[in-house]
Write a protein that binds this ligand. Structure first.
Ligand SMILES: [Zn+2]
Length: 258
């Protein structure tokens, strides 16, 4: 029985001379692997719909192992993401993060919508670093490791300045900061943005502009937190780090605040 679904192509591997095994992230059933016969041939009607990041409607036959892709119809090829080196690297990163954080055939429409919306914002030219940071924040509850951001993780105080403690998994107020000598400094702007990114409905995200120094703080916090708790090793993340060095080399002023 063929069933229709809405999906994003997460990755593909070649299989034989002309086939591809395609991992789809579907709104209906989560992650599903399907065989796309002939899809490696450019003339195939499955060629465009099985490009990585393609988003569309797919007609598939599911199975316990690898199912079958019968046909697909593009909603958005996400070509803008593939055409730009930086956009492609960021998109690859959030897709790999999602891939490594999910099991096959485990339905999660919330996560599907999060991924779809983030890729769409990236393809529309939104700030790639900010989109990746928001995505990382929103993935934390999915991974079962939400940080404490609405009060001090030690004493529960809701007032005063805060720093971020990886050890305590959240904010530390100034009275408790001695508890973690490795706490990370947070400007009030960074603390506010961490909360905002965590709670905001992505569909309602307006224009957002963040100073480079604030971005650096947010990146440091999230990177340390993922290293400690997520247990993920992501190829795309390492590539992204190399890319960001390259970007700084190409644009020597990018470290300055606007
Ligand atoms: Zn405290």
């Amino acid at each position: 029985m063929f069933e229709k679904c809405e999906a994003i192509v997460m990755r593909t591997i070649d299989y034989g001379e002309t086939n591809k095994i395609v991992t789809l992230f579907t709104r209906e059933w989560g992650k599903v692997a399907v065989m796309a016969r002939g899809a490696k041939k450019p003339s195939s009607r499955l060629s465009a719909v099985t490009q990585p990041l393609a988003y569309g409607h797919y007609l598939i036959r599911r199975s316990r192992g690898v199912g079958v892709l019968h046909q697909g119809e593009l909603i958005d090829s996400m070509r803008a993401l593939r055409a730009d080196l930086f956009a492609a690297a960021y998109a690859a990163y959030i897709v790999e993060l999602t891939d490594k954080s999910t099991e096959e055939q485990k339905r999660n429409p919330y996560l599907f919508e999060l991924l779809r919306q983030t890729l769409q914002y990236m393809s529309e030219g939104r700030d790639l670093e900010i989109m990746a940071l928001i995505y990382e924040m929103k993935m934390l509850p999915v991974l079962g490791i939400p940080p404490v951001l609405d009060r001090c993780a030690r004493c529960g105080a809701t007032e005063g300045s805060v720093s971020f403690s990886v050890k305590e998994a959240g904010f530390l107020c100034h009275r408790c900061e001695e508890a973690d000598p490795h706490r990370m400094p947070l400007s009030p702007a960074s603390a506010r943005l961490l909360r905002l990114f965590f709670h905001i409905d992505l569909a309602r995200l307006g224009a957002i502009s963040v100073k480079e120094t604030t971005k650096a703080e947010l990146k440091a916090v999230l990177s340390a937190y993922y290293d400690e708790y997520a247990g993920l090793s992501l190829k795309a993340k390492r590539f992204l780090q190399q890319m960001s060095v390259l970007k700084d080399t190409l644009a020597p002023d990018s470290g300055q605040d606007a």
